[in-house]
Write a protein that binds this ligand. Structure first.
Ligand code: GDP
Ligand code: MG
Length: 293
């Protein structure tokens, strides 16, 4: 009998969610950035072995009080919690004891799925601090997503909590299907690295074409912003910034697909897309049912 289910990862910005997802999936697939709040999409990673399949979800926005997207996004995140079989509540061990998930996420009641509190960045605290945290948060696990410590034990624990079930996805299918999605993440990651404060929230990326048949792989990507002024920032003086973004993204996508890539990168304005549920869905934000167009 196999086990399979959804593990939803929640944590404050910078707790290390992306680093964790990247480590367990063994492939770079979500944004890792020293800037907080750069991961907004629900990112799916799949970790399969012979007997079990963990499907990983990200819940953007749940623990981000100043989160800039509409309230529907929070509702979507709450739904994601509800849909989970297990919740991994990732906290930064260097910040001391984490408040309970109920408090941190302002939940009305404890979520139904098991919540595993995981202190990340354990490489940065000493044994004494760790013992303190273990005492204040019974059952907590300690990992270093960066160095790998504790991650296998955590995965074993998660697997044992999954329901008996056939696999939810064919691992092969998923990896090709999601290449496109990872490409959008990488383009956005490169753009975020180049940007000042207020643009990031307004930035979305869409892959208009992804042709894998030829060499190089041809990708046409569009970065969407909400205002002309942001478009000018993104393009930069004589196109220098968008060229830098393109160069950066091409390199990252090349290592993802393992071959040469031609990246055709455009910047377009889609006014107020964050308030437009159609646009939100188009960019991969899952919205609660009643908000669907
Ligand atoms: P997210 O906002 O929760 O997705 O966090 P990221 O994965 O983007 O990580 C935020 C920062 O913390 C990055 O600079 C990571 O390199 C760093 N980081 C993540 N995990 C660890 C860890 O286990 N140890 C240390 N020392 N740093 C980490
Ligand atoms: Mg992230």
């Amino acid at each position: 009998m196999t086990r399979a289910g959804i593990v939803t990862v929640v944590g404050k910005p910078n707790a290390g969610k992306s680093t964790f997802l990247n480590r367990v999936v063994g492939q770079k697939l979500s944004i890792v950035s020293p800037k907080p709040q750069s991961t907004r999409d629900r990112i799916v990673g799949i970790v399969s072995d012979a007997h079990s399949q963990i499907v990983l979800f990200d819940t953007p926005g749940l623990l981000e009080p100043r989160y800039a997207l509409q309230r529907a996004m929070r509702r979507a995140a709450l739904e994601a919690l509800h849909d989970a079989d297990v919740i991994v509540y990732l906290a930064d061990a260097t910040e001391g004891p984490a408040p309970s998930l109920v408090v941190a996420a302002r939940l009305e009641s404890p979520p139904a799925p098991d919540v595993v509190t995981v202190y990340n960045k354990s490489d940065r605290i000493d044994h004494e601090r760790e013992a303190e945290l273990a005492a204040t948060t019974p059952g907590a696990r300690f990992i270093s997503a960066l160095e790998g410590r504790g991650v296998d034990d955590l995965l074993r624990d998660l697997r044992s909590r999954l329901p008996e079930s056939p696999f939810l996805y064919d691992p092969e299918d998923v990896s090709t299907q999601t290449l496109r999605f990872f490409a959008t993440e990488l383009v956005r990651e490169c753009a975020l690295e180049q940007l000042e404060e207020e643009v990031p929230y307004s930035l979305a990326c869409e892959i208009e074409e992804f042709r894998e048949t030829g060499s190089p792989v041809y990708i046409r990507a569009v970065l969407y912003v909400e205002r002309e002024s942001q478009k000018r920032i993104l393009i930069g003086n004589r196109g220098t910034r968008v060229r830098e973004i393109g160069k950066c993204a091409r390199g990252k996508i090349e290592s993802l697909v393992g071959g040469a890539v031609y990246l055709d990168l455009w910047v377009k304005v889609l006014p107020n897309w964050r308030k437009n549920s159609r646009a939100l869905q188009r960019f991969g934000y899952r919205l609660p049912e009643e908000n669907a167009p």
